[in-house]
Design a protein around this ligand. Structure first.
Ligand code: ADP
Ligand code: MG
Length: 241
């Protein structure tokens, strides 16, 4: 369970004013749920995902992820939480440029003890095969197409069998066919592992596949006028950007 209570995030703007970007009174996400975060650009989707991922701390309020109080953790504790619990897929992949596809996945495993060291190479190879890159294990990111880079990033996100997979605009930089593959792989992997999947997206293809959409307003709160929408494989959400 992910639970947010009176969560606020403020930034200091370059001119020194407090910028209130997120204010969520209460939000709960159950284990194994597939949730899409929608809302206009600048509504705080990335900010919220980064807080849940432990990449940044809230300004106020509580955030519990699998009973772990992130709001009370030091930066180092959040790093450990992330290695233990979270897989992250970024819009711009964030692969290590000087390392091969296989090494990128192996390095992610080295931050966690979830996969015993003797099993890492086998698992990394299997994951890259699962995303269709068995012929590209030793290519570096610049030798791969954008869609292939995103698939390496997905293999890396899954490396430590995360209970929570966070994907921020996972299809924004790839073509339509790759978007479909990425969403298929995300769903299949999370279903197999029983993971919770949390995605921010503008992409109707992505939003149309999720069991729940949470829409943020431009003020960074949950849009209560937007009823949760239950997906089926064929229908489309009533609202999207
Ligand atoms: P979204 O992902 O929904 O497009 P973001 O979470 O990236 O929105 O940003 C929410 C708001 O916070 C925006 O108005 C953005 O300008 C502001 N913001 C994001 N990061 C920072 C930062 N590091 N410092 C100051 N303001 C920021
Ligand atoms: Mg964003």
């Amino acid at each position: 369970m992910i639970k947010l209570l009176n969560l606020e995030k403020n930034y200091i703007s370059p001119t020194g004013e407090q910028l209130k970007v997120l204010h969520l009174e209460r939000l709960e996400i159950s284990d194994g749920e597939f949730v899409a975060l929608a809302g206009p650009s600048g509504s705080g989707k990335t900010t919220l995902l980064n807080i849940i991922a432990g990449l940044s701390a809230p300004t106020k309020g509580e955030i519990w992820v699998y009973k772990q109080p992130l709001h009370r953790m030091s930066e180092r504790e959040r790093d450990e939480y992330r290695a233990r619990t979270v897989g992250i897929l970024f819009q711009t992949f964030n692969l290590l440029p000087g390392y091969s596809a296989l090494e990128n996945v192996l390095i992610a495993m080295s931050f966690s003890s979830k996969v015993p060291s003797g099993q890492r190479r086998r698992r990394a190879t299997d994951l890259l095969e699962r995303v269709g890159l068995s012929q590209r294990l030793h290519h570096q990111p610049r030798q791969l197409s954008t869609g292939q880079q995103q698939r390496v990033a997905l293999a890396r996100a899954l490396a430590n069998r995360p209970a929570l997979l966070i994907a921020d605009e996972p299809t924004a930089s790839v073509d339509f066919a790759t978007s479909n593959t990425i969403v298929d792989l995300l769903e299949e992997s999370c279903r197999n592992d029983g993971s919770t999947l949390l995605t921010a997206s503008h992409d109707p293809l992505v939003l149309g596949r999720f069991t729940r959409t949470i829409r943020l307003t431009s003020q960074g709160s949950v849009d209560s006028n937007f009823a949760d929408w239950q997906s089926s494989m064929t229908s489309r959400p009533p609202h999207f950007d």
